[in-house]
Design a protein around this ligand. Structure first.
Ligand SMILES: N[C@@H](CCC(=O)N[C@@H](CS)C(=O)NCC(=O)O)C(=O)O
Length: 204
């Protein structure tokens, strides 16, 4: 193996997509290993934590956890702060994005009514706006977390927001972040970043 291999499901979203984006923006020539559903049960017990994404580095082996992958890629390629304290602030925001996913994903598996509608309504009106408010208060003049330079934290926040802004979560309106101008500005700036646009054009 001569290239890094990023393994994730064959979807352009969530934890795997933010890692693909980071590698692409870093200019890393990587193997984009996309797992189709039926192959997963066999692969799962062979991964470090029974989940994807994983990143395999030539001569180093396989490791997992999206934030660890993002931080490593960011550190090696100038997409994560070199100052320890600033880096920790970025990592805290990345951990908070994971908290949102860990809260929302199980809620979206609820099938019974009225629990399904009630839970999604609570996410849309309370949980997600509260989450967004905490992040908004930590953003400065932007457009990115660290000002005018994009880092892996911005990719993470962008992909998490896109989950809802794309309209893919029934009963959570695409406008759920509209009351948060700094988050909106960050989202738009990442979407307009030439590296992000180039990656998305390659996927189309
Ligand atoms: N904290 C982990 C969570 C990983 C995770 O839950 N990945 C999901 C996909 S986004 C997964 O592998 N689901 C399949 C399964 O758990 O069997 C990370 O950030 O990488």
């Amino acid at each position: 193996m001569t290239k890094p291999t990023l393994t994730y499901f064959d979807i352009p979203a969530s934890r795997g997509e933010e890692c693909r984006l980071a590698l692409a923006l870093a200019g890393v020539d990587f193997v984009d290993n996309r797992i189709k559903g039926p192959a997963w049960p066999e692969l799962k017990p062979t991964t470090p934590f029974g989940s994807l994404p994983t990143l395999e580095l030539p001569g180093k082996g396989v490791f997992a956890q999206s934030n660890a992958i993002l931080v490593l890629v960011g550190r090696k390629h100038g997409l994560h702060p070199t100052d320890d304290f600033v880096a920790a602030r970025h990592e805290a925001l990345m951990a908070f994005a994971e908290e949102l996913r860990h809260h929302v994903s199980p809620a979206l598996r609820i099938k019974e009514e009225p629990e399904r509608t009630n839970k999604r309504t609570e996410l849309a009106t309370t949980y997600i706006p509260t989450w967004a408010g905490f992040v908004e208060r930590q953003l400065g003049d932007g457009p990115f977390v660290a000002g005018d330079k994009l880092h892996v934290v911005d990719l993470k926040l962008y992909i998490v927001m896109r989950w809802f802004k794309s309209g893919s979560v029934d009963l959570v309106p695409t406008t759920v972040f509209d009351g948060f101008p700094r988050l909106r500005r960050l989202f738009d700036a990442v979407a307009e970043h030439p590296g992000v646009k180039a990656w998305q054009a390659r996927q189309a």
